[in-house]
Design a protein around this ligand. Structure first.
Ligand code: PLP
Length: 455
Protein backbone atom coordinates (compact mmCIF):
# COMPACT_ATOMS: atom_id res chain seq x y z
CA UNK A 1 0.00 0.00 0.00
CA UNK A 2 1.16 3.55 -0.69
CA UNK A 3 -0.13 6.91 0.54
CA UNK A 4 -2.63 8.93 -1.49
CA UNK A 5 -0.05 11.66 -2.11
CA UNK A 6 2.63 9.20 -3.21
CA UNK A 7 0.17 7.52 -5.58
CA UNK A 8 -0.81 10.87 -7.08
CA UNK A 9 2.88 11.78 -7.62
CA UNK A 10 3.59 8.42 -9.30
CA UNK A 11 0.56 8.73 -11.57
CA UNK A 12 1.56 12.25 -12.61
CA UNK A 13 5.07 11.09 -13.45
CA UNK A 14 3.66 8.10 -15.30
CA UNK A 15 1.29 10.27 -17.37
CA UNK A 16 4.16 12.52 -18.41
CA UNK A 17 6.69 9.77 -19.27
CA UNK A 18 5.07 6.44 -20.14
CA UNK A 19 3.19 5.50 -23.29
CA UNK A 20 -0.07 3.63 -22.59
CA UNK A 21 -1.20 1.65 -25.66
CA UNK A 22 -4.61 2.62 -27.04
CA UNK A 23 -4.88 5.51 -24.57
CA UNK A 24 -4.43 9.12 -25.77
CA UNK A 25 -1.79 11.30 -24.11
CA UNK A 26 -4.46 13.90 -23.39
CA UNK A 27 -6.52 11.55 -21.21
CA UNK A 28 -6.08 11.35 -17.45
CA UNK A 29 -4.93 7.92 -16.27
CA UNK A 30 -7.51 5.71 -14.56
CA UNK A 31 -6.00 6.13 -11.12
CA UNK A 32 -5.41 2.41 -10.62
CA UNK A 33 -1.97 0.92 -9.99
CA UNK A 34 -2.28 -2.87 -9.85
CA UNK A 35 0.00 -4.46 -7.29
CA UNK A 36 -0.67 -8.17 -6.87
CA UNK A 37 -2.93 -11.05 -7.81
CA UNK A 38 -4.12 -14.47 -6.75
CA UNK A 39 -6.06 -16.84 -9.02
CA UNK A 40 -8.65 -14.67 -10.78
CA UNK A 41 -8.38 -11.81 -8.26
CA UNK A 42 -6.31 -8.63 -8.36
CA UNK A 43 -5.48 -5.95 -5.81
CA UNK A 44 -4.36 -2.37 -6.41
CA UNK A 45 -2.05 -0.21 -4.32
CA UNK A 46 -5.05 1.03 -2.28
CA UNK A 47 -5.71 -2.58 -1.26
CA UNK A 48 -8.89 -2.66 -3.35
CA UNK A 49 -9.86 -6.10 -4.70
CA UNK A 50 -11.09 -6.82 -8.25
CA UNK A 51 -12.36 -9.93 -9.99
CA UNK A 52 -10.56 -10.19 -13.30
CA UNK A 53 -13.07 -10.84 -16.09
CA UNK A 54 -10.59 -10.32 -18.95
CA UNK A 55 -7.35 -12.09 -17.89
CA UNK A 56 -5.78 -8.66 -18.42
CA UNK A 57 -5.28 -9.02 -22.20
CA UNK A 58 -6.78 -12.54 -22.39
CA UNK A 59 -3.31 -13.79 -21.51
CA UNK A 60 -3.11 -14.69 -17.81
CA UNK A 61 -4.79 -18.02 -18.51
CA UNK A 62 -3.62 -19.82 -15.38
CA UNK A 63 -4.30 -16.88 -13.09
CA UNK A 64 -2.07 -14.87 -10.79
CA UNK A 65 0.29 -16.16 -8.09
CA UNK A 66 0.84 -19.51 -9.84
CA UNK A 67 3.86 -20.61 -7.80
CA UNK A 68 4.81 -23.52 -10.06
CA UNK A 69 5.27 -21.13 -13.00
CA UNK A 70 7.24 -18.70 -10.85
CA UNK A 71 9.46 -21.52 -9.57
CA UNK A 72 10.10 -22.86 -13.07
CA UNK A 73 11.16 -19.39 -14.26
CA UNK A 74 13.30 -18.63 -11.19
CA UNK A 75 15.09 -21.98 -11.30
CA UNK A 76 15.88 -21.58 -14.99
CA UNK A 77 17.16 -18.02 -14.41
CA UNK A 78 19.49 -19.32 -11.74
CA UNK A 79 20.69 -22.26 -13.83
CA UNK A 80 21.03 -20.63 -17.25
CA UNK A 81 19.24 -17.30 -17.76
CA UNK A 82 19.98 -17.13 -21.44
CA UNK A 83 21.30 -19.37 -24.16
CA UNK A 84 20.97 -18.84 -27.90
CA UNK A 85 19.43 -21.22 -30.42
CA UNK A 86 21.41 -19.53 -33.24
CA UNK A 87 24.07 -21.40 -35.22
CA UNK A 88 23.04 -24.87 -34.11
CA UNK A 89 23.30 -24.43 -30.32
CA UNK A 90 20.57 -25.81 -28.13
CA UNK A 91 19.39 -26.01 -24.51
CA UNK A 92 17.06 -28.25 -22.54
CA UNK A 93 14.05 -25.93 -22.08
CA UNK A 94 13.64 -25.27 -25.83
CA UNK A 95 13.77 -29.01 -26.58
CA UNK A 96 11.33 -29.90 -23.79
CA UNK A 97 8.98 -27.07 -24.71
CA UNK A 98 8.91 -28.18 -28.36
CA UNK A 99 8.28 -31.79 -27.39
CA UNK A 100 5.40 -30.79 -25.11
CA UNK A 101 3.93 -28.55 -27.80
CA UNK A 102 4.24 -31.33 -30.38
CA UNK A 103 2.13 -33.57 -28.13
CA UNK A 104 -0.80 -31.14 -28.07
CA UNK A 105 -0.66 -29.59 -31.55
CA UNK A 106 -3.14 -30.59 -34.27
CA UNK A 107 -1.75 -33.45 -36.34
CA UNK A 108 1.36 -32.63 -38.35
CA UNK A 109 2.04 -29.19 -36.84
CA UNK A 110 5.10 -30.28 -34.90
CA UNK A 111 7.85 -27.96 -36.14
CA UNK A 112 8.43 -24.71 -34.26
CA UNK A 113 9.90 -21.26 -34.70
CA UNK A 114 10.13 -19.19 -31.51
CA UNK A 115 9.36 -15.50 -31.06
CA UNK A 116 8.77 -13.05 -28.21
CA UNK A 117 5.03 -12.50 -28.68
CA UNK A 118 1.99 -12.50 -30.92
CA UNK A 119 2.93 -9.79 -33.42
CA UNK A 120 6.30 -11.42 -34.04
CA UNK A 121 4.62 -14.80 -34.51
CA UNK A 122 2.30 -13.32 -37.15
CA UNK A 123 5.20 -11.49 -38.80
CA UNK A 124 7.18 -14.75 -38.99
CA UNK A 125 4.18 -16.72 -40.31
CA UNK A 126 3.83 -14.22 -43.18
CA UNK A 127 7.52 -14.49 -44.05
CA UNK A 128 7.41 -18.28 -43.86
CA UNK A 129 4.36 -18.37 -46.15
CA UNK A 130 6.05 -16.19 -48.76
CA UNK A 131 9.35 -18.04 -48.50
CA UNK A 132 7.59 -21.41 -48.74
CA UNK A 133 6.08 -20.53 -52.11
CA UNK A 134 9.37 -19.00 -53.19
CA UNK A 135 11.13 -22.26 -52.22
CA UNK A 136 8.72 -24.01 -54.56
CA UNK A 137 9.53 -21.59 -57.38
CA UNK A 138 6.25 -19.66 -57.15
CA UNK A 139 5.73 -15.97 -56.56
CA UNK A 140 2.64 -16.23 -54.36
CA UNK A 141 2.86 -13.31 -51.93
CA UNK A 142 -0.62 -11.96 -51.19
CA UNK A 143 -2.06 -12.54 -47.75
CA UNK A 144 -5.77 -12.20 -47.01
CA UNK A 145 -6.96 -11.25 -43.53
CA UNK A 146 -10.46 -10.43 -42.27
CA UNK A 147 -12.06 -7.11 -41.45
CA UNK A 148 -12.40 -6.61 -37.71
CA UNK A 149 -9.42 -8.94 -37.20
CA UNK A 150 -6.46 -8.20 -34.95
CA UNK A 151 -3.04 -9.68 -35.60
CA UNK A 152 -0.73 -7.30 -33.76
CA UNK A 153 1.13 -4.09 -34.36
CA UNK A 154 4.52 -4.69 -35.97
CA UNK A 155 4.53 -3.41 -39.55
CA UNK A 156 3.56 -6.69 -41.24
CA UNK A 157 1.06 -7.67 -38.55
CA UNK A 158 -0.57 -4.24 -38.45
CA UNK A 159 -1.07 -4.43 -42.22
CA UNK A 160 -3.31 -7.44 -41.58
CA UNK A 161 -4.98 -5.93 -38.51
CA UNK A 162 -8.27 -4.49 -39.65
CA UNK A 163 -9.97 -2.91 -36.69
CA UNK A 164 -9.96 0.86 -36.29
CA UNK A 165 -7.73 1.18 -39.37
CA UNK A 166 -8.02 4.95 -39.37
CA UNK A 167 -6.53 5.03 -35.86
CA UNK A 168 -4.20 2.02 -35.88
CA UNK A 169 -2.63 2.68 -39.27
CA UNK A 170 -2.64 6.46 -39.10
CA UNK A 171 0.61 8.10 -40.21
CA UNK A 172 2.61 4.91 -40.75
CA UNK A 173 1.83 4.26 -44.42
CA UNK A 174 2.93 2.71 -46.68
CA UNK A 175 2.04 -0.56 -45.03
CA UNK A 176 3.25 -3.97 -46.14
CA UNK A 177 2.14 -4.41 -49.76
CA UNK A 178 0.08 -7.44 -50.78
CA UNK A 179 -2.11 -7.69 -47.69
CA UNK A 180 -5.83 -7.65 -48.51
CA UNK A 181 -8.98 -7.81 -46.44
CA UNK A 182 -12.20 -9.76 -46.77
CA UNK A 183 -15.50 -9.54 -44.83
CA UNK A 184 -15.48 -11.39 -41.52
CA UNK A 185 -17.84 -14.01 -40.09
CA UNK A 186 -19.92 -11.99 -37.66
CA UNK A 187 -23.45 -13.30 -38.30
CA UNK A 188 -25.07 -10.72 -36.01
CA UNK A 189 -23.63 -7.87 -38.08
CA UNK A 190 -23.00 -9.57 -41.42
CA UNK A 191 -20.86 -7.32 -43.61
CA UNK A 192 -22.49 -8.85 -46.69
CA UNK A 193 -25.99 -8.16 -45.39
CA UNK A 194 -27.07 -11.81 -45.13
CA UNK A 195 -28.89 -13.78 -42.44
CA UNK A 196 -27.48 -17.01 -41.01
CA UNK A 197 -28.16 -19.87 -41.83
CA UNK A 198 -29.95 -18.98 -45.08
CA UNK A 199 -26.73 -17.27 -46.22
CA UNK A 200 -25.01 -20.62 -46.92
CA UNK A 201 -21.87 -19.00 -45.46
CA UNK A 202 -21.31 -16.42 -48.21
CA UNK A 203 -18.47 -14.87 -46.18
CA UNK A 204 -16.38 -18.03 -46.67
CA UNK A 205 -17.38 -18.24 -50.32
CA UNK A 206 -16.34 -14.60 -50.75
CA UNK A 207 -12.79 -15.72 -49.95
CA UNK A 208 -12.87 -18.16 -52.85
CA UNK A 209 -14.15 -15.45 -55.15
CA UNK A 210 -11.35 -13.19 -53.95
CA UNK A 211 -8.68 -15.85 -54.56
CA UNK A 212 -10.03 -16.38 -58.08
CA UNK A 213 -10.06 -12.67 -58.92
CA UNK A 214 -6.65 -12.02 -57.37
CA UNK A 215 -5.42 -15.21 -59.10
CA UNK A 216 -4.45 -18.28 -57.04
CA UNK A 217 -0.94 -17.88 -58.49
CA UNK A 218 -0.47 -14.77 -56.36
CA UNK A 219 -2.23 -15.66 -53.08
CA UNK A 220 0.12 -17.16 -50.48
CA UNK A 221 -2.06 -17.44 -47.37
CA UNK A 222 -5.25 -16.59 -45.55
CA UNK A 223 -4.90 -15.65 -41.89
CA UNK A 224 -7.91 -15.94 -39.56
CA UNK A 225 -8.52 -15.90 -35.85
CA UNK A 226 -10.70 -18.96 -35.06
CA UNK A 227 -12.72 -16.42 -33.05
CA UNK A 228 -11.99 -12.68 -33.37
CA UNK A 229 -10.55 -11.37 -30.11
CA UNK A 230 -9.85 -7.63 -30.11
CA UNK A 231 -12.66 -7.27 -32.67
CA UNK A 232 -15.14 -7.92 -29.84
CA UNK A 233 -14.81 -11.64 -28.98
CA UNK A 234 -16.88 -12.97 -31.84
CA UNK A 235 -17.03 -16.61 -32.98
CA UNK A 236 -17.90 -17.84 -36.49
CA UNK A 237 -20.76 -20.18 -37.36
CA UNK A 238 -19.66 -23.86 -37.24
CA UNK A 239 -19.51 -24.23 -41.03
CA UNK A 240 -17.15 -21.29 -41.61
CA UNK A 241 -13.66 -22.64 -40.83
CA UNK A 242 -14.16 -26.07 -42.46
CA UNK A 243 -15.26 -24.25 -45.63
CA UNK A 244 -12.26 -21.92 -45.52
CA UNK A 245 -9.99 -24.97 -45.08
CA UNK A 246 -11.58 -26.56 -48.14
CA UNK A 247 -11.14 -23.40 -50.21
CA UNK A 248 -7.48 -23.01 -49.18
CA UNK A 249 -6.69 -26.63 -50.06
CA UNK A 250 -8.49 -26.36 -53.40
CA UNK A 251 -6.56 -23.26 -54.45
CA UNK A 252 -3.15 -24.05 -52.93
CA UNK A 253 -3.37 -21.26 -50.38
CA UNK A 254 -1.92 -21.75 -46.88
CA UNK A 255 -4.26 -21.40 -43.92
CA UNK A 256 -2.76 -19.62 -40.91
CA UNK A 257 -4.77 -19.87 -37.71
CA UNK A 258 -3.87 -17.01 -35.39
CA UNK A 259 -4.35 -18.65 -31.99
CA UNK A 260 -2.56 -15.98 -30.00
CA UNK A 261 -5.79 -15.30 -28.09
CA UNK A 262 -7.73 -18.54 -28.60
CA UNK A 263 -4.93 -21.01 -27.84
CA UNK A 264 -4.21 -22.95 -24.66
CA UNK A 265 -7.71 -23.96 -23.57
CA UNK A 266 -9.31 -20.50 -23.80
CA UNK A 267 -12.28 -21.80 -25.81
CA UNK A 268 -12.63 -25.04 -23.82
CA UNK A 269 -10.42 -26.91 -26.31
CA UNK A 270 -6.66 -26.67 -26.51
CA UNK A 271 -6.86 -24.79 -29.82
CA UNK A 272 -9.65 -22.64 -31.23
CA UNK A 273 -9.58 -24.68 -34.46
CA UNK A 274 -10.35 -27.85 -32.45
CA UNK A 275 -13.91 -26.55 -32.06
CA UNK A 276 -14.29 -26.81 -35.82
CA UNK A 277 -12.23 -29.95 -36.56
CA UNK A 278 -9.94 -27.99 -38.82
CA UNK A 279 -6.18 -28.44 -39.21
CA UNK A 280 -4.45 -25.32 -40.54
CA UNK A 281 -0.99 -25.18 -42.14
CA UNK A 282 0.45 -22.87 -39.50
CA UNK A 283 -0.62 -21.77 -36.04
CA UNK A 284 0.63 -18.59 -34.39
CA UNK A 285 0.97 -18.70 -30.60
CA UNK A 286 1.80 -16.41 -27.68
CA UNK A 287 -0.02 -15.22 -24.51
CA UNK A 288 -1.24 -18.48 -22.88
CA UNK A 289 1.94 -20.33 -23.83
CA UNK A 290 3.48 -19.00 -20.59
CA UNK A 291 0.19 -17.71 -19.15
CA UNK A 292 1.84 -14.28 -19.61
CA UNK A 293 4.51 -15.00 -16.99
CA UNK A 294 7.15 -14.37 -19.66
CA UNK A 295 6.99 -12.87 -23.19
CA UNK A 296 7.17 -15.87 -25.50
CA UNK A 297 5.56 -16.75 -28.82
CA UNK A 298 5.89 -19.46 -31.43
CA UNK A 299 4.77 -20.48 -34.89
CA UNK A 300 3.87 -24.13 -35.36
CA UNK A 301 4.33 -25.24 -38.93
CA UNK A 302 3.46 -28.24 -41.00
CA UNK A 303 6.11 -30.72 -42.16
CA UNK A 304 5.59 -29.99 -45.84
CA UNK A 305 6.36 -26.30 -45.28
CA UNK A 306 9.28 -27.14 -42.99
CA UNK A 307 10.81 -29.54 -45.49
CA UNK A 308 10.72 -26.94 -48.25
CA UNK A 309 13.47 -25.03 -46.45
CA UNK A 310 15.85 -27.92 -47.13
CA UNK A 311 19.34 -26.59 -46.54
CA UNK A 312 18.43 -23.11 -45.26
CA UNK A 313 16.58 -22.11 -42.10
CA UNK A 314 13.23 -20.34 -41.72
CA UNK A 315 12.78 -16.63 -41.01
CA UNK A 316 12.48 -15.74 -37.32
CA UNK A 317 16.02 -15.05 -36.10
CA UNK A 318 15.44 -13.09 -32.91
CA UNK A 319 18.03 -12.82 -30.12
CA UNK A 320 15.39 -14.20 -27.78
CA UNK A 321 14.10 -17.00 -30.05
CA UNK A 322 13.52 -19.97 -27.76
CA UNK A 323 14.48 -18.03 -24.61
CA UNK A 324 15.28 -20.65 -21.94
CA UNK A 325 13.32 -18.89 -19.18
CA UNK A 326 10.21 -18.51 -21.37
CA UNK A 327 10.51 -22.12 -22.57
CA UNK A 328 10.95 -23.45 -19.01
CA UNK A 329 7.79 -21.61 -17.95
CA UNK A 330 5.94 -22.85 -21.05
CA UNK A 331 6.87 -26.46 -20.18
CA UNK A 332 5.38 -26.01 -16.72
CA UNK A 333 2.32 -24.19 -18.09
CA UNK A 334 1.60 -27.07 -20.47
CA UNK A 335 1.93 -29.57 -17.61
CA UNK A 336 -0.64 -27.56 -15.66
CA UNK A 337 -3.07 -27.23 -18.60
CA UNK A 338 -3.06 -31.02 -18.94
CA UNK A 339 -2.66 -32.17 -15.33
CA UNK A 340 -5.30 -29.81 -13.96
CA UNK A 341 -7.69 -30.53 -16.84
CA UNK A 342 -8.06 -26.82 -17.55
CA UNK A 343 -10.00 -27.32 -20.80
CA UNK A 344 -12.62 -29.39 -18.94
CA UNK A 345 -12.86 -26.78 -16.17
CA UNK A 346 -13.42 -24.06 -18.80
CA UNK A 347 -16.12 -26.12 -20.52
CA UNK A 348 -17.96 -26.82 -17.27
CA UNK A 349 -17.84 -23.36 -15.70
CA UNK A 350 -18.46 -21.55 -18.98
CA UNK A 351 -21.66 -23.56 -19.51
CA UNK A 352 -22.97 -21.97 -16.34
CA UNK A 353 -21.69 -18.55 -17.43
CA UNK A 354 -23.41 -18.63 -20.84
CA UNK A 355 -26.63 -20.03 -19.28
CA UNK A 356 -26.84 -17.12 -16.85
CA UNK A 357 -26.05 -14.66 -19.61
CA UNK A 358 -28.76 -16.09 -21.83
CA UNK A 359 -31.42 -16.42 -19.15
CA UNK A 360 -30.80 -13.25 -17.14
CA UNK A 361 -28.87 -10.81 -19.33
CA UNK A 362 -30.38 -11.40 -22.77
CA UNK A 363 -33.86 -10.25 -21.67
CA UNK A 364 -32.42 -6.87 -20.54
CA UNK A 365 -33.50 -3.96 -22.77
CA UNK A 366 -29.91 -3.06 -23.75
CA UNK A 367 -28.58 -6.57 -24.48
CA UNK A 368 -28.71 -7.60 -28.13
CA UNK A 369 -26.96 -10.96 -27.87
CA UNK A 370 -24.71 -13.05 -25.67
CA UNK A 371 -22.51 -16.01 -26.48
CA UNK A 372 -19.11 -17.48 -27.13
CA UNK A 373 -16.97 -20.57 -26.75
CA UNK A 374 -15.53 -21.44 -23.34
CA UNK A 375 -14.13 -18.30 -21.73
CA UNK A 376 -14.11 -16.41 -25.02
CA UNK A 377 -17.21 -14.40 -25.80
CA UNK A 378 -19.24 -11.42 -24.81
CA UNK A 379 -22.36 -9.36 -24.40
CA UNK A 380 -23.51 -6.99 -27.15
CA UNK A 381 -25.04 -3.71 -26.04
CA UNK A 382 -27.67 -2.19 -28.34
CA UNK A 383 -30.19 0.63 -28.37
CA UNK A 384 -32.76 -1.38 -30.30
CA UNK A 385 -32.88 -5.16 -30.28
CA UNK A 386 -34.99 -5.39 -33.44
CA UNK A 387 -32.76 -3.22 -35.63
CA UNK A 388 -29.50 -3.89 -33.70
CA UNK A 389 -28.90 -0.13 -33.67
CA UNK A 390 -26.09 0.90 -31.34
CA UNK A 391 -26.51 3.45 -28.55
CA UNK A 392 -25.61 7.04 -29.44
CA UNK A 393 -21.76 7.22 -29.24
CA UNK A 394 -22.15 10.58 -27.45
CA UNK A 395 -23.44 8.63 -24.43
CA UNK A 396 -19.98 7.06 -24.16
CA UNK A 397 -21.72 4.01 -22.77
CA UNK A 398 -18.88 1.50 -22.99
CA UNK A 399 -16.48 3.74 -21.07
CA UNK A 400 -19.21 4.29 -18.47
CA UNK A 401 -19.87 0.56 -18.08
CA UNK A 402 -16.16 -0.08 -17.65
CA UNK A 403 -15.69 2.72 -15.12
CA UNK A 404 -18.65 1.55 -13.05
CA UNK A 405 -17.46 -2.05 -13.14
CA UNK A 406 -14.02 -1.01 -11.88
CA UNK A 407 -15.66 1.05 -9.16
CA UNK A 408 -17.60 -2.06 -8.06
CA UNK A 409 -14.52 -4.31 -8.13
CA UNK A 410 -14.88 -5.95 -11.54
CA UNK A 411 -12.01 -5.61 -14.00
CA UNK A 412 -13.37 -5.83 -17.57
CA UNK A 413 -12.38 -4.62 -20.98
CA UNK A 414 -14.92 -3.18 -23.42
CA UNK A 415 -15.02 -2.96 -27.22
CA UNK A 416 -16.47 0.22 -28.62
CA UNK A 417 -18.48 0.03 -31.82
CA UNK A 418 -16.59 3.16 -32.94
CA UNK A 419 -13.58 0.92 -33.58
CA UNK A 420 -14.94 -2.63 -33.90
CA UNK A 421 -18.21 -4.28 -34.90
CA UNK A 422 -20.69 -3.31 -32.20
CA UNK A 423 -20.47 -2.21 -28.57
CA UNK A 424 -19.41 -5.29 -26.64
CA UNK A 425 -18.46 -6.35 -23.15
CA UNK A 426 -16.05 -9.27 -23.61
CA UNK A 427 -16.10 -12.02 -20.99
CA UNK A 428 -12.72 -13.79 -20.91
CA UNK A 429 -11.61 -14.42 -17.33
CA UNK A 430 -8.53 -16.42 -16.27
CA UNK A 431 -9.28 -20.05 -17.03
CA UNK A 432 -8.92 -21.02 -13.38
CA UNK A 433 -11.76 -18.76 -12.23
CA UNK A 434 -14.25 -20.51 -9.93
CA UNK A 435 -17.99 -20.66 -10.49
CA UNK A 436 -18.46 -18.59 -7.34
CA UNK A 437 -16.20 -15.85 -8.73
CA UNK A 438 -18.02 -16.01 -12.07
CA UNK A 439 -21.30 -15.49 -10.23
CA UNK A 440 -19.90 -12.58 -8.24
CA UNK A 441 -18.63 -10.92 -11.42
CA UNK A 442 -21.91 -11.49 -13.24
CA UNK A 443 -23.89 -10.03 -10.33
CA UNK A 444 -21.83 -6.84 -10.58
CA UNK A 445 -22.23 -6.69 -14.35
CA UNK A 446 -25.97 -7.30 -14.11
CA UNK A 447 -26.41 -4.45 -11.64
CA UNK A 448 -24.77 -2.12 -14.20
CA UNK A 449 -26.46 -3.35 -17.39
CA UNK A 450 -29.93 -3.69 -15.83
CA UNK A 451 -30.32 0.07 -15.49
CA UNK A 452 -29.17 1.03 -18.99
CA UNK A 453 -32.17 2.22 -20.94
CA UNK A 454 -31.99 2.29 -24.73
CA UNK A 455 -32.07 5.90 -26.00
N1 PLP B 1 -2.93 -11.99 -32.75
C1 PLP B 1 -4.01 -12.00 -31.96
C2 PLP B 1 -5.19 -12.85 -32.33
C3 PLP B 1 -4.06 -11.22 -30.80
O1 PLP B 1 -5.16 -11.22 -30.02
C4 PLP B 1 -2.92 -10.44 -30.49
C5 PLP B 1 -2.93 -9.59 -29.29
O2 PLP B 1 -3.90 -9.39 -28.61
C6 PLP B 1 -1.82 -10.46 -31.34
C7 PLP B 1 -1.85 -11.25 -32.47
C8 PLP B 1 -0.61 -9.63 -31.05
O3 PLP B 1 0.07 -10.15 -29.96
P1 PLP B 1 1.14 -9.27 -29.14
O4 PLP B 1 0.36 -8.19 -28.49
O5 PLP B 1 1.74 -10.26 -28.17
O6 PLP B 1 2.13 -8.77 -30.11
Amino acid sequence: MITKEEKERLLQWDRAHINHPFYPFSKKLRGIIFERGEGARLWDTDGKEYIDFCSHLQCVNLGYGQTELVKAGAEQMQKLPYSTTFWGYSHMPVIECSQKLAQVMPKGLDHFIYTCGGSESVEVAFMVARRYWNNKGKSKYKIISLYNGYHGVSLGAISATAIAKNVMQQGIAPLLPGILQAPNYNCYRCQLGHEYPQCSIKCAKYLEEMIKWESPDTVAAIIVEPCQAAGGFICPPPEYLPLVREICTKHNVLLISDEVATGFCRTGKIWGVDNFNVVPDMITLAKGITSAYFPLGAVAIDKEIWNSFEDSSTPGDFTYSGHPVGCAIAVKAMDIYIKERIAQHVTEVSKHLWKRLEEEFLPLPCVGRTGGLGFFGGIEIVADKATKRMLDPKLNIMARIQAEALEKGLYIRTSSGLFTQGDRVPVDPPLVITQEQVNKGLDILYSILAIIRPD
